[in-house]
Each structure stands twice: as C-alpha cells, then as structure tokens.
Ligand binder design. Structure first.
Ligand SMILES: Cc1cc2nc3c(=O)[nH]c(=O)nc-3n(C[C@H](O)[C@H](O)[C@H](O)COP(=O)(O)O)c2cc1C
Length: 237
C-alpha cells in the first residue's frame, strides 16, 4: 500500500499490542519524516519517539511507541505540525501499523514547546475500512467547486472528528479555511482546529502527488471572501 491508498482505508485504533517495531523500522520512519517537504519553507518542527514511560495524560491508550511533537511559536505552527506528522501516520498505515493522534497526551519531560502526541504500533486487530465506513461530512458541506483531491482531504482524521475545514476551488487553486469553533460540550475546550487542517492539507498534498498535480501552499491576498465562522489559512496552487 502507498500513502495515497492509506488515505482511503486507514482507521485510528486505541488497541495496540505491546510488541515494539524493530529498530530498523523505526529508523525507516525517521528517514521518511526527515524527507517530507514542509508545508511552509521555514517550518521548524521537532519530535521524539518514546515508550510508555515517556508519556502521561488522561485516557492515553497503551502503545509501544509515542511520537512527541514540539515546535516553537511560528506562523501556522500547529498546521505545519499536523501536515508533517499526518505523513508519518499514513506511512505507518502503509507499512501495516496503526496510530492514534492524542490531544490529551503530554510529555513526561517538561517541554514548553510541546504541541501534540501520537501513539503507534501493531494494532491488536487489523484496522481497515471501506469509504462507506468513514464517518465524514459530505463533500457539499465542506467544499465549493470540483477538485478530485478534496475527496482525500474529506477523509482526513481530526480531533473529536470535528472536520473543521472548508475548501473553495478557483481555477487550479484550492483556498483553505479553518472553522473557528466546533460544536458539542467537548468542542468548547478543543483548540486544535488549525492542526486538523494541517492533517487535511497532508491528504491534499499526497493526492496531488498521486494525481500528478503541483502542491504549493502559500498565503495570498486574493482569496475569495472567507465563509462565516471560518478563518482563511492559505491557498494550494
Ligand atoms: C488533533 C487530534 C487529536 C486527537 N485527540 C484524541 C484523543 O485525545 N483521544 C483519542 O482517543 N482520540 C483522539 N483523536 C482521534 C480522533 O478521535 C479520530 O481521528 C477521529 O475520530 C476520526 O477517526 P479516524 O482517525 O479513525 O478516521 C485525535 C485526532 C486528532 C486529529
């Protein structure tokens, strides 16, 4: 399976075996992460891979490995982090492993630049699904215009499955917007919508690569009017 195919079958798990990945597989993952082109050229995102002894937090599933993602304050910090590590998520699925982004996870070591974590390892049972089994909003609720790459973004995971994104296509460009609030009691406390949109942008980038289209993300002055309740984040050209 390649990254693009993972988009259409992946599923998060909370149920991992205790079996760690081999050293060589972890090295492969590190090599993969180091080669992902950043969303913005100056993005400075770092990470550590730790075991269960390195993490704490409410409701954190037991897994053999966790990625702890850190980044100092910078433009679209969370969006750049979501973009980079969703690539890692798809890589792990493509290799037969499973993952879960974890907004509730904290690093045991003090880290003032900590952004978010992700659990990964071997799933206790295979984690795959068909497109019909994805619980996602229809395209008409998240996009104006037609671009086959938006279907890949539609299937992206997000915290509380809030799917806080909106896309407007214009010629060859896709303008990208982030919802300012997601609904529900838990949604009131949820603040990672910008990271979620970075995850969806990763799916757009992977779809662009697969379909032979370019992917350059930038912030332009001439984006269409921002839909009510959303923020303009940038444009894919
Ligand atoms: C930014 C982010 C934070 C998340 N935080 C948690 C979490 O704290 N606990 C949890 O069990 N799942 C968490 N999830 C997993 C989502 O609930 C899950 O991705 C979503 O329901 C969609 O399901 P899927 O990943 O199987 O497509 C998080 C996902 C994202 C993207």
């Amino acid at each position: 399976m390649n990254l693009y195919e993972s988009i259409f079958t992946r599923k998060s798990t909370r149920d991992f075996t205790a079996t760690p990945l081999s050293e060589s597989k972890i090295d492969e993952l590190r090599g993969f992460i180091e080669n992902v082109p950043p969303l913005l050229p100056d993005a400075a995102i770092s990470y550590k891979i730790v075991g269960p002894e390195g993490v704490k937090g409410m409701g954190v599933p037991k897994a053999p490995h966790y990625i702890l993602i850190s980044a100092p304050p910078q433009v679209l910090r969370n969006t750049c982090a979501g973009f980079l590590f969703q690539h890692a998520e798809l890589f792990l699925y493509a290799e037969g492993y499973a993952t879960r982004w974890l907004g509730m996870l904290k690093s045991k070591e003090q880290d003032k630049n900590f952004v978010i974590g992700m659990a990964f390892g071997e799933p206790a049972k295979p984690e795959h699904r068909t497109i019909e089994e994805f619980d996602r909003k229809p395209l008409t609720e998240i996009a104006q215009g037609n671009d086959p790459r938006i279907e890949a973004a539609r299937l992206a995971p997000s915290g509380l499955n809030g799917q806080p994104w909106y896309f407007i296509t214009e010629n060859e460009s896709i303008h990208v917007y982030q919802k300012q609030k997601i609904g529900g009691v838990l949604g009131l406390a949820y603040k990672m919508m910008d990271l979620d949109v970075g995850i969806a942008l990763c799916h757009l980038a992977v779809a662009s690569e697969e379909l032979g289209r370019s992917f350059h993300f930038s912030i332009t002055e001439s984006a269409p009017k921002t839909p009510g309740g959303f923020l303009y984040l940038g444009t894919v050209k």
